[in-house]
Design a protein around this ligand. Structure first.
Ligand code: DGJ
Length: 384
């Protein structure tokens, strides 16, 4: 009898907790609030990006730890999965930093930022790219890392890192780039507008880095409708954005790339393509961890000149992108031209506490618009 009562009690408890969990399920986004995963833990995937594969969304991002040390990679890249974009299941660490080999490119303590994953239909591989700074070298290495997996949740195996497009001129190179290079060039981490002692082209950073490869810091990936993939990265001491086509296996650069937004210091580059075939770009200014006003641009072709459209944010806090910095534009599946601007509210003194700002992207005329929402759900995409 005692046994039966005990079993009933345990079953009751289980039912209570499962109902409670049910109640915990999200049916909306709450930008800036704590966002709990299926274990009740705040999601730890900063500077992230989303892959949609097999009817599931996968969210990859930097796993941060407590304290300032968390700005360096102590663990690796975390991955979560979701069917509805609101509720996320912890799928563990997709790519681990190397805790054994201090000479590894991805040795624990390196800086590994803004990881993005794309799926290659031909090779059936999941390919991750990220901004890599070698351990102990602050932000001077400015490299891109590549890792590969057979499954979306990993484990990803580190392949290589490089400075992109070594020995290759961009398609919009100018003759002066091939001339001798000024030696008055600041070589430390260049943290924002006018940190170079002159206009980037007067110093010819592109020419300086031609032989060893171009600098690549904040980055993103984009797969176009024809399966061609592109790597967007802040280059030339952050002053100029490069868009570089990837090889068919997505593991390296094809050698076709172009420079855009020269001397505009665009960081946090994000991109999307509408059903009308227009490419939109949203990025930030370059002010370290401090938020700033975003910028937007449009183009008819990825390698055509981009037309700047100004700050996409409107209303209060539009000058700080609602106290955040973009990281990805999520195409909402099953809806036409429905995109979510995915951004980070950084907390550099305790990065694990960084919050996520997800907002719907509105198309107004030929522009994109971002507007603050305390709470919202995917039904906004059904509104006019
Ligand atoms: C701004 C970048 O967008 C971040 O990813 C990070 O590199 C910080 N700068 C570091 O200050």
């Amino acid at each position: 009898m005692k046994m039966i009562r005990m079993i009933i009690f345990i079953l009751g408890l289980a039912l209570f907790f499962s109902c409670n969990n049910q109640k915990e399920a999200y049916d909306a986004f709450y930008p800036g609030q704590e966002w709990k995963d299926d274990n009740g833990v705040h999601i730890n995937a900063h500077g992230g990006g989303i892959l949609f594969y097999n009817q599931t969304y996968f969210w990859y991002g930097q796993h941060m730890v407590e304290g300032r040390i968390g700005n360096t990679a102590q663990v690796g890249v975390h991955v979560y999965s979701s069917k509805d974009l609101y509720n996320w299941k912890d799928e563990g660490i997709a790519l681990s930093v190397d805790s054994l080999d201090a000479n590894s490119d991805i040795a624990m303590g390196c800086i590994l930022e803004r990881p993005k994953v794309i799926y290659n239909k031909k090779t059936k591989k999941f390919v991750m790219w990220f901004h890599l700074e070698l351990k102990g070298q602050k932000y001077n290495a400015a490299r891109s890392g590549v890792a590969v997996a057979d499954n979306p949740t990993g484990p990803f195996v580190y392949v290589k890192s490089m400075r992109p497009n070594k020995g290759v001129w961009p398609i919009n190179v100018q003759e002066f780039h091939k001339l001798p290079v000024s030696d008055t060039i600041k070589t430390n981490y260049c943290g924002g507008p006018d940190c170079l002692p002159g206009h980037v082209d007067s110093l010819n950073i592109l020419g300086r880095d031609f032989e060893h490869g171009q600098m690549a810091r904040d980055m993103n990936l984009f797969v176009d409708d024809d399966g061609k993939a592109y790597h967007l990265y802040s280059s030339e001491e952050n002053s100029t954005l490069h868009i570089a086509e990837l090889s068919d296996d997505y593991l390296t650069h094809s050698g076709r790339y172009a420079r855009f937004f020269i001397h505009r210091y665009m960081e946090a580059p994000t991109i999307l393509k509408t059903s009308k075939g227009k490419y939109y770009f949203i990025a930030s200014d370059c002010t370290g961890w401090a938020p700033n006003a975003a910028r937007s641009a449009v183009s008819d072709n990825i390698f055509d000149p981009w037309k700047e459209l100004g700050n996409p944010s409107i209303g209060p806090d539009s000058l700080t992108t609602f106290n955040s910095q973009g990281t990805f534009n999520i195409p909402v599946q099953g809806k036409q031209d429905a995109f979510i601007f995915m951004a980070d509210r950084w907390v550099p003194e305790n990065p694990i506490d960084g919050r996520y700002i997800w907002l719907p992207i509105y198309f107004k005329g030929d522009k994109v618009r971002l507007q603050w929402k305390q709470k919202w759900d995917l039904s906004v995409f059904e509104e006019e």
